[in-house]
Design a protein around this ligand. Structure first.
Ligand code: URP
Ligand code: ZN
Ligand code: ZN
Length: 488
């Protein structure tokens, strides 16, 4: 006889057991319960458990049913919404021979390990690109690669009839509801009439417009003067993009938005004068959302003055300013001028012919690719220097790093908060964990961090994406492809 009675018994038992387990999994109240932690949202803090089922938060309360559920003990920790970084550049073309240091795999891996569960990278339309074609290409690059959830913003640099008249309205209707435009970078910038035309499409179709405010003509004038005087080291990047260049463009962007009657987002504000323009525009009744970034709190133009061209590591636009402007940015975070704290992660390797030290960039600041890495250090920087110093409270921290991003870009309340029905995107923080930043411990594709050697207190230790543990006790356990594209 081929089968023994014992083998048949074993098969029947196995089938019954797995049916029982499947059914009990379906009827279990929770698949995972996080207990013992202090939950903090943008609105409130409370000691409570979080019950998770099918990737969503289904219960918040005391002593939740743990029958059959996995558990995470968060005693002594803070349980926060996973960070949302709504200003991240990945896999973007960045000039001839230049390659961005992060693709969707390494960039989102780094983001995750810094306590983020959603990032919003850009789909960059270059001057001759068809917008839909380029968007399809970005989807191809991201598909199956991400460790966090993602959603794209569209960068428009070719405001022709096809883009503004056809593709953009159709894409906005499909959920690509945020657009970035540049007032600088010769190859990408829009002039005033092009800005007005793009703003008008955003207004008509209900999209959110993000603006990079620096006056390209003024920069060009200063660059020419610097070159004529052979002032071409990395520090010239800061002196050719002074505050007046950003303040004027901020004022102009706000005024053009006022003409069109369009709410706008002013991204990566670096100084007090630009912040003041934003407050004044709000005073006139304009709806403005404003963003600042870690580099404007932690770095100054002196960092660009490094020996051996090391200053190239800090070249980004707008450039870091001075300690007075750092204080003005802190003030803006504290008083509500800024709604968003994003990384503007835009990584290039330093010691690479495809990065900061490309053959031309190693001789003249003009050819150093603009941008610095920071997606993994954004949250620990604001936690350490903002929350742990008492400048902002934990609820404001959550608003600045998660909730306001979700609200601004149409992801709320699925993302950005801890509420019943929201995705279980959570970061469990040890508020007292002290770590010194070393690039060797980070997870991006660059070869340096601008914050090397800085000691920060307060780090995420465990991160969950839609209920799945992705980082556990500081170790990456999630997989490439666990992150999905978020339709808005
Ligand atoms: O220098 C920067 N910020 N590079 C990224 C592109 C941008 O302007 O946001
Ligand atoms: Zn920008
Ligand atoms: Zn940027």
């Amino acid at each position: 006889m081929g089968f023994s009675i014992f083998y048949v018994y074993h098969l029947v038992f196995k089938r019954l057991r797995s049916t029982f387990l499947e059914e009990s999994y379906l009827v279990m109240s929770h698949h995972l319960v996080i207990f013992g932690g202090k939950i903090c949202t943008a609105a409130d803090s409370m000691f409570a458990d979080i019950g998770i089922k099918d990737g969503q938060i289904v219960s918040i309360g005391r002593d939740l049913d743990r029958t059959g559920a996995e558990v995470i003990d968060a005693t002594g920790k803070l349980v926060l919404p996973g960070g949302i970084d709504s200003h991240v550049h990945l896999s973007q073309p960045s000039g001839e021979g230049i390659v961005m240091a992060d693709d969707f795999e390494t960039g989102t891996r780094s983001a995750l390990c810094g306590g983020n569960t959603t990032v919003m990278p850009f789909c960059l339309q270059e001057r001759n690109d068809n917008l839909r074609g380029v968007l399809n290409a970005y989807h191809g690059l991201a598909e199956g690669q991400c460790y966090t959830d993602i959603a794209f913003h569209l960068i428009i640099s070719n405001p022709d009839a096809q883009t503004l008249g056809q593709d953009l309205p159709a894409l906005i209707a499909e959920g690509y509801t945020s657009i970035k435009v540049f007032m600088t970078y010769e190859a990408l910038r829009l002039n005033d009439s092009e800005l007005l035309a793009a703003f008008d499409v955003a207004r008509q179709h209900g999209a959110t417009m993000m603006v990079h405010c620096e006056n390209e003509d003024a920069i060009r004038y200063l660059v020419d003067r610097h070159e004529a005087e052979s002032r071409v080291t990395p520090h010239a990047h800061a002196t050719t993009r002074p505050i007046a260049v950003e303040r004027e463009a901020t004022h102009r962007a706000l005024s053009l938005a006022e003409v069109v009657d369009l709410p706008i987002v002013i991204v990566h504000v670096s100084n007090g004068a630009a912040a003041e323009e934003i407050r004044r525009a709000r005073g006139r009744g304009l709806k403005v959302t404003a963003e600042t970034c870690p580099q404007y709190l932690m770095l100054t133009a002196n960092d660009l003055d490094g020996m051996d061209w090391e200053g190239a590591k800090f070249v980004c636009s707008p450039p870091p300013r001075d300690t007075t402007e750092q204080r003005a940015c802190w003030q803006g975070l504290m008083d509500g001028t800024f709604d968003l704290f994003s990384s503007d992660h835009c990584p290039f390797r330093y010691d690479s012919p495809q990065g900061k030290l490309n053959p031309k960039g190693a001789k003249n600041f003009r050819f150093i690719p603009n941008g610095i890495p920071g997606v993994e250090t954004r949250l620990p920087i604001l936690f350490s220097e903002g929350v742990n110093t008492g400048r902002i409270d934990i609820n404001r921290f959550v608003a600045l790093t998660a909730t306001n991003h979700a609200k601004t870009y149409g992801l709320y309340p699925r993302k950005g908060t801890i509420a019943i029905g929201s995705d279980a995107d959570l970061a469990i923080w040890d508020p007292d964990l002290e770590r010194t930043v070393h690039h060797a411990d980070l997870h991006d594709g660059a070869d340096y961090t601008p914050y090397e050697g800085r000691t920060l207190r307060g780090w995420p230790v465990t991160v969950l994406l839609r209920g799945k543990v992705m980082m556990q006790d500081g170790a990456l356990v999630g997989k490439r492809g666990d992150g999905v594209y978020l339709n808005r």
